[in-house]
Structure formats: C-alpha cells, structure tokens
Design a protein around this ligand. Sequence first.
Ligand code: ADP
Length: 604
Amino acid sequence: MSDADSCKLNAVLDAMEDGIYIIASDYTIEFMNRRMQETFGDGTGKKCHEVIHNLSEPCPWCARARVLAGETVRQEVFIPPVDKVYEITEFPLRNEDGSASMLSIYRDVTFRKQSEKKLKTTEESFKSLFEHVGCGVYLSTREGRFLDANRALWKTLGYGSKEEFLKIDIARDLYLKPEDRRAFQDRIERDGHVLDHEVTFRRKDGAPMPVLLTAHGVRDEYGNVMGYEGIMTDQTMRKRMEKELRDATIFLSKLIQSSPNAIMAADMKGNILIWNRAAEEILGYKAGDVIGRMNIEKVYPEGMARQVMKMLRSSDYGGVGVLRSHPLLAVNQDGRTVDADLSAAVIYDEKGREMATVGIMVDVSSRMEMERKLRQIQEQLLQSEKLAAMGRLTSQIAHELNNPLYGIMNTLELLKSEVPATSKRRKILEMALSETVRLTDMLRKMLIFSKPDQEARQETDLNAIMDELLLLYGKQLSEYSVKVAIDFAENLPTVKASRNQLRQVFLNMITNARDAMPEGGVLTVRTFARGEFACVAISDTGCGIKPEHLDKIFEAFFTTKESIKGVGLGLSVCYGFIRDHGGDISVESTPGEGTTFTVSLPAV
Ligand code: ADP
C-alpha cells in the first residue's frame, strides 16, 4: 500500500463513528482510530487491556486466542472505566510477514441498551397492570373467542382458570341476549369503538351480571375488524347501590308523605322544595302548585316568615338552627288563619353553610277550640259556684234584715198616721218610708237571686207579656222622655215559662235601658222567631256598654251605676232564669249609640 493509500485509509477510519483498533498477537496496540483515542486516550504501543480496562492482565472477556485462530467474534461488553456498553466485533488479520493481528470494532450501544431496558420495564409494568387491574381486560376475535383475558375478567365471571375461560363461545356462553353482541359489533364497525356500552353477561353459574364495555376494534392492514380489545367493568355493585338508593328514596318519600303533620322544606330563598299530603290538607295548596313555584312566606302572616328565621338563627328556641314547638298562625289558601304549632330546623351543607329549612306543622285549631270551650266552661263553673256562695250569703243577710226592716216600716207607718199630712215632719217620714220600701224591694230581689221562684211554667205568649209590661211602664218611660217602638211578630210561637220570672227579666232590661238613656231616647221592643226559638230583642239608644264590660255584665254584683241605684244583680238573675228555661241572652252594644239585649226561649 502506498503512503497516499494508507493516508486515505486512516482518514476513513478516523471519520467512522465506531472505535477501531488493531493489536498484535502479544496484545500491543498497533493502531487506534480517532474515536478510539477520544474514548480511551492514545494507547498505541501499549497493551490493549491496560488501555481499555486499566488491567495488567488480559480482560476477562478477551477473545484474542479464538480470533487469532481465525474466528470472528461478536460480543456485548460493559467497560467499567468508561461506563459504556460496547458491541465488540473482532476479526483476525493476516500480516504480509505471516504474523497474525486482530482488528476490533467498538460500537457504543449504551443508549440502545438503556432504551431496551426501559422498554422491558415498561412492558413488564403493562403486563402487571393487565394482570392486576381491577376491571376485566380482554382481546377477542370477531368470531367470538377470547385470545387473552386478565385474571379479573375470568374470576369475576366465575371461571376457575384462564384456560377454561379462553375456550368459551362469547356469543353463546357470555351474552345473556345474543342480540346485544350484534349491537356491540355493529357499533364498533360503525364508530370504531364503544364507550360504556351497557349489557348483561352471564356468569359461569348462569347468574346475570350487568357490565359496562369499553372497547375498540383491532383491524388488519386492509382496515377490516379482526377482533376487539377492551375492558369490562362489573356493575353489580353499582346497580345494587342504585337500587338501594332508589328504595331508600322511595321509603323516605313515603315516610314524608304519610306523616300526619305537615312537612315543608324550602331553600334559603324560600322556594318550596317539599310539601307533603298533610301540608296540602292543613294549608289547602296542592304540592304541584307550590313546589318550585311558591315562596314559603305566603303561608305565614306578613313578617312571620322573617320572624321564624330569626328564631331559627337564635339560640333561645332550642339551639341555633332549631325551633322547638312554637305556636303561631299560618295562612291557608283561602286566606284564613290556622292556629298551628311549628317545629323547624335549618339544614346545613358539609361546610356548615345554611342550605335549606324544614318545618313540621301541626294544625292545633281544634285543640285551641276545645281549650277555649274548656276555659269557658271553667269560667261558667266558677261563676255558678260564686253565685251559689253569694246566694247563700244573700239569703242569710236578707232573712236577717227582713224582720227589722218590716219593723221599721211598720213603725214609720204608725208614726205617719200620728203626724198631720201638712207637717214638714210628715214629708221626712214619707221619705224615710220610701227608702225603706226601696230597701225591702232590694231585699226581695236578693232573695229571688238566691232562691229563684219556682212558679209553675205555662204556655206563654211573649207578645202578650211585653204588651202588658209596656202598658204598665209606658207612663213611667214617657216621664223619662223615652219613646217606645214595638215590632211584634205575628204568629210568634209560644214558650213554656214562669211568667213572673219573664216579667222580671224584661222589666229589668227595660229599667236598664231607661237608665242608659237619662236624656231620653227610643226603646224598641221586637219579637221574632228564629229556628226553634221565640225571641225578644230590647234595644235602646243609650250610652252603650264599654267592650271591656261586655262579658262582666252578667256577673253578680257587677254594676256601673251609683250605689244607690244599682246592686248589679238584675242581669245575673235574668241570666239564671233564662238559662233555667233552656234559653239564652245575647247582647250587642256600641258605646254612645245603644244596646240590644236579645232573649231567646225554646218554642213550644
Ligand atoms: P244594675 O242595673 O243594678 O247595675 P244589672 O245586672 O241589671 O245591674 O246591670 C249590670 C250593668 O250592666 C249595669 O250597671 C250597666 O253598666 C250595664 N247595663 C245593663 N243594661 C244596660 C243598657 N241597656 N245600657 C247600658 N248599660 C247597661
């Protein structure tokens, strides 16, 4: 080889990416190209194991003997001093003088090796994932056989081994409805994939199993679908939970609906969310008309909803967020108020923010009505007890006073006959006598109050009684400038009554009317029939009765008159008589305008 040729050869060798060197049979390096020198330093003339491996002995992987014997040897070797993996190819060379040398080519495969290692790790991870992932993963043929399936798949479907599972006919053994598989295949054919496709599989034991399939088609080089790759998730648990949730919701809804108390819930703006049957009954609105359509404010009188929210947020009514059994008024669909009892609570979200309110309302109208009646009866009872006690006392007093009074009256009468009619003393005597007469009259009333007259009751015409009374007292009334107007019903039904007692009742009312009209006025007496009752209404145009006195006037000893005029027994005696006859007295009065007493007695 000429020098020029050898120069060209060296230039080519230096330009190569691989490291190249030649050693003589005694390991001495005769040539190193640039790449080799760059990596290991210029080692020409040194022993190759010193340069490559920093060793005084030949390298453990040295193939010199085999190569010198004529073999070409290729091996991958890790060279620690340079931390690289080389693919080393060594060829025998025969020199012109007959001696043998060895050509070594070092190809750096470190990067490739690392990638391969990485790939291997990734592949292993995928394999592990395939095997251990919780859902079923498979590869199947278009004809309906599994080529591969992970453990989760065959286990979930109740098979004992992968081998057993790979033998099944998918359409026949796995799909509960074969048409489901056709639909699956059609969709893959059309879209290339299916996502959360819901079907029912059959487990090995025949039990149905709802599953979700996500898969895509595996195609050949012509684009035809050869098979499917996909995952299957078991929906049994989800379906069961869904059913449990549905059942629980239905149960809860039934619970709310069947409650005898009104249950209402609203969001924080007052929009109604829940409205049960009892709420419909108590408040009149139908659930369909209020849920999401009406504000809860509407079921309370003005300002009450705000008041309820205030109480809910305060700690004074059962704790913050709670309102315990609170009486209030609700307003029903017709605008009528309903006596109600409300228990309520605020519902908070997981961050403690107010989310909604729920209220349980009980209609207490009938209870309140009963309580009112009970109170009335108790008051009446108290009244009659009071009357009985008063009666006993008054009868005693009356008896005690009666005799001395008659004594005084007789004495005065006696004295009167002894004093001439023209004498001044006679006038004084007469005054004393008239006061004594008034006193005996009062005593008589008191006795009647304590021991009502037990006169026999007879069929009585109220018109006739009133006629007779007005005839007797007409003159007196006109002296008081009281005009009398009468309006008697024809064919007024008769009543069975003690006439004296009736006279006393009406006379008392006429006297009261007269007293109420000191400046004069009109006394109207009206008789009429109402249902099973015959009624007498006595009206005046007098001072009227103050509202706060209205329920007291029938009490014994209640009077607004000066002590000399009234004892306050008249109306209580009247009331006793009329109740005794099975009747009733009602009163209507407007202060400054007048009063009407209406006596109603059962018609015969
Ligand atoms: P008395 O006449 O002795 O006061 P009553 O029992 O008859 O007793 O009446 C009780 C009270 O009822 C009277 O004091 C008066 O205040 C009131 N009252 C009764 N009738 C009338 C009337 N027609 N107008 C105004 N007040 C009346």
